[in-house]
Unconditional design. Structure first.
Length: 525
């Protein structure tokens, strides 16, 4: 059956279901019925709320703050300024392609469902299986990422730095929390996020909007405040032309250093698929889902560049900021904030307040991340593709997938426990997060521009004749950054310096395909 015939059949079905009153249904609700699902989640999110969730998950305050060391180390100001725009341009193309598909298929857990619909009857079960597991597992691991786009684990680390600076700093005998204390912080944060995500979606919507406002205001406050407070301001020439080729990783090639510098930008700009995962709870999802997805990326690009620009004007000694001997223990942005106020007023209390502001943004980011992850788990289990699926897709009286929420929280905490034994093993386990998530983004786009090129039925938002071109560029960009994420980041290559990302992604692929061959292919339809 081709897509047009399928849509006619499904349209007839929804008319029968609604007894001729389909016009009274919300457009997203009606489309959901056409796709064969009943409305189980409360459709109470506005376009603003949908945008706010994705914007809070992207959270430039989270990504740039936790990855600023990477940007400084690999290229410095040049890599951060120009790398941001390169990554942003191609990320927007990926977002546009995803938004087009989201408009046609506005369902929770969209990525794997999109792959199923776009790959055709023959490949649908396997395509949705691969996409779904990559998306699900990478959503789970993304919340305990160490040193990259981490959310709750990064917040725990930031709390450690705030306590260190509040008690005198590393050079003043400040308290340095052990890895066990950091894990305890991490567990407490996850517990709070689990409780919040167990509340009605109206509460989550309000907090998500608050988080979006906090992120925007936080960026503007910090990008203006920090440069104005600092007494040793960098020149315009330094901010836009200085290239840091000095690093302790044994890399001397400038082009290679610049490419590694892109990691900060690309790691930050991810997670915007949250808009798709919340479509069954969004009013007019076939229109507002794509709007939320695109606008969250677009606004993040603007405020993210402003944040990078403002903070970099307060940078004068890159080597000192990256040194573990500074008061913040090598946490570059924390040292920038602390030092700016200390030089101006004699103490760094103002800088600590700025770090608390960032911490609140990261908290909102983690909250929205768990929301998105739980909806992915709910949707995947609704189609019977997870062990104990009947449990994970249940909703409570508030129409919240309560068991999926606590599954997400529990697995995130368990994964973080591996950092107690080996930080290398921990990073290897969770290194699949960003690269795997972008693979999950690219698969439905690839199917849309290949297998479904002629049969694709666009929704209210579409790219018209440019859809295929934009889709191909998006797929090629994901291929490029997948290779980039797999490159060695330090030489000589040893067991300690090896980039385990391709190993982790390959192991995940083997596990998912093996699960399919042994079990999934017999029942996944």
């Amino acid at each position: 059956m081709d897509s047009a015939a399928e849509n006619m059949t499904l349209s007839s079905r929804v008319v029968a279901i609604t007894k001729g009153d389909a016009s009274s249904l919300d457009s997203g609700h009606a489309r959901l019925l056409e796709l064969g699902y009943k409305q189980e989640l409360k459709r109470g999110l506005s376009a603003i709320s949908n945008f706010s969730l994705s914007f809070s998950v992207i959270s430039v305050l989270t990504g740039v703050t936790t990855l600023y060391n990477t940007g400084l180390n690999y290229g410095g100001p040049v890599s951060m300024q120009y790398g941001w725009f390169i990554a942003s341009a191609f990320t927007m193309l990926v977002a546009l392609s995803m938004a087009e598909i989201c408009s046609s298929y506005p369902t929770t857990g969209g990525l794997y469902y999109w792959s199923a619909k776009l790959s055709g009857p023959r490949w649908a079960p396997f395509a949705s299986w691969i996409t779904g597991w990559y998306s699900l597992l990478n959503h789970i691991t993304n919340y305990s990422w160490a040193g990259t786009t981490s959310v709750d684990f990064s917040l725990a680390q930031l709390i450690q730095v705030i306590i260190l600076l509040s008690t005198g700093g590393k050079n003043g005998g400040g308290y340095e929390a052990s890895k066990y204390v950091v894990i305890a912080f991490h567990g407490g944060i996850l517990l709070l996020h689990g409780i919040i995500n167990s509340l009605p979606v109206s509460v989550i919507s309000f907090l998500a909007q608050l988080g979006a406002i906090w992120n925007v205001l936080g960026v503007f406050v910090l990008m203006i405040l920090i440069p104005s407070v600092t007494t040793e301001r960098a020149s315009v020439k330094f901010v836009f032309t200085h290239f840091n080729a000095e690093n302790e990783n044994g890399i001397n090639s400038r082009p290679y250093i610049f490419l590694l510098g892109l990691l900060m930008s690309q790691y930050t700009l991810c997670g915007y698929d949250s808009s798709a995962h919340m479509t069954e709870e969004t009013k007019g999802a076939d229109r507002n889902g794509p709007k939320g997805l695109i606008s969250s990326v677009g606004i993040s690009i603007i405020v993210g560049w402003g944040y990078i620009l403002g903070i970099t004007f307060a940078v004068t000694d890159i080597h000192y900021l990256l040194s573990e001997d500074n008061d913040a223990g090598g946490y570059a942005i924390a040292e920038v904030f602390y030092l700016a106020f200390k030089r101006r007023y004699g103490n760094g209390s103002g800088g600590i307040v700025c770090l608390v502001m960032v911490g609140v943004a990261i908290f909102f980011c983690g909250m929205s991340s768990v929301t998105s992850n739980s909806r992915m788990a709910y949707a995947f289990s609704r189609d019977g593709a997870m062990p104990f699926s009947s449990l994970w897709h249940q909703v409570n009286k508030q129409e919240v997938p309560i068991y999926a929420v606590w599954l997400s929280v529990s697995i995130s905490f368990c994964m973080a426990l591996t950092s107690l034994g080996s930080i290398v093993a921990f990073e290897a386990m969770v290194s699949i997060a960003t690269i795997g998530l972008y693979i999950a983004y690219a698969l439905p786009i690839f199917f849309r521009v290949t297998l479904a090129q002629r049969d694709f039925v666009p929704g209210p938002f579409n790219l018209g004749r440019y859809g295929v071109i934009v889709g191909w560029v998006a797929v090629l960009w994901v291929l490029i950054i997948s290779i980039l994420f797999s490159l060695p980041v330090s030489y000589p290559i040893t067991m300690e310096t090896l980039n385990y990302t391709p190993v982790a992604v390959g192991c995940l692929l083997i596990l998912v395909v093996s699960f399919w061959l042994i079990s999934g292919r017999h029942w996944m339809k």
